[in-house]
Design a binder for this molecule. Structure first.
Ligand SMILES: CC(=O)SCCNC(=O)CCNC(=O)[C@H](O)C(C)(C)COP(=O)(O)OP(=O)(O)OC[C@H]1O[C@@H](n2cnc3c(N)ncnc32)[C@H](O)[C@@H]1OP(=O)(O)O
Length: 205
């Protein structure tokens, strides 16, 4: 017979807050409280706390406090991750974040769902669906990523988007519900490389 935690990670209905889940949740509350009480002088300690909190953490990870999550131990973060203030990750299922991912302020990554039927919902049975975010992704501020969504590689999500369906590679996607606005092309690369060259020629070294 599986435990509630095993059913949760199998993306099936489970009862929150019981058994091992209660222990995991308490650990996460403690670590996020310690993290959110750190100062900017405590970067090394911040990383140590994230290493205890997350399933795995890459190099050069910077999360602006305050940060909140349900369990932490279901979150995998790649290299060069930056999350601006007030990021919330509800990780009742796995959340996999690739390399070079930037979050604007108030990004919500919500794996959790509740039954549509109120009688079943009111029993407090719930479920989670995994979220995956690829490499080289910038997620604009106040975006919500819904349960089960996969965002591809080289993607920009506009501010205030509600991402309800998968987003393919190499696009800008915006809105509620979030839809592809356009592809990211060689012209974008050329434009931004030009801007960078101008900066490098201009700036005092
Ligand atoms: C780490 C950090 O990120 S901190 C900084 C946080 N900053 C942000 O969150 C800003 C995020 N940036 C955006 O949302 C930008 O609008 C981008 C990057 C998605 C697009 O920028 P641009 O390529 O310059 O797009 P542009 O302004 O030309 O808009 C193109 C069209 O998309 C629409 N659009 C742009 N952004 C959005 C959005 N977030 N939601 C809905 N529609 C949008 C525009 O209204 C415009 O529509 P139109 O063609 O009908 O006039």
């Amino acid at each position: 017979m599986p435990t509630d935690k095993e059913r949760m990670l199998d993306q099936k209905l489970y009862m929150a807050g019981v058994g091992e889940l209660a222990t995991d949740n308490k650990k996460s509350r403690r670590l996020t409280r310690l993290f959110n009480n750190t100062t900017e002088e405590q970067q090394k300690y911040r990383i140590e706390l994230l290493q205890q909190l997350f399933e795995s953490v890459g190099e050069k990870v910077f999360i602006e406090p305050p940060f909140r999550c349900d369990y932490g131990c279901h979150i995998t973060v790649g290299n060069n991750f930056y999350a601006n203030f007030d990021c919330i990750i509800i990780d009742v299922a796995k959340v996999n974040i690739g390399n070079n991912v930037f979050f604007g302020p108030r990004v919500g990554v919500y794996t959790a769902g509740h039954p549509i039927d109120p009688d079943v919902r009111n029993t407090l049975l719930e479920f989670g669906k995994e979220i995956k975010i690829g490499n080289n992704v910038w997620v604009g501020g106040n975006t919500v990523i819904n349960p089960g969504v996969t965002i591809g590689n080289n993607v920009v999500i506009g501010s205030g988007s509600i991402v309800t369906k998968d987003i393919p590679d190499n696009v800008i996607a915006v809105g509620n519900p979030c839809k592809v606005l356009r592809a990211i092309t060689a012209e974008d690369k050329q434009y931004w490389e030009q801007q960078k060259a101008e900066y490098e020629a201009d700036i005092e070294h």
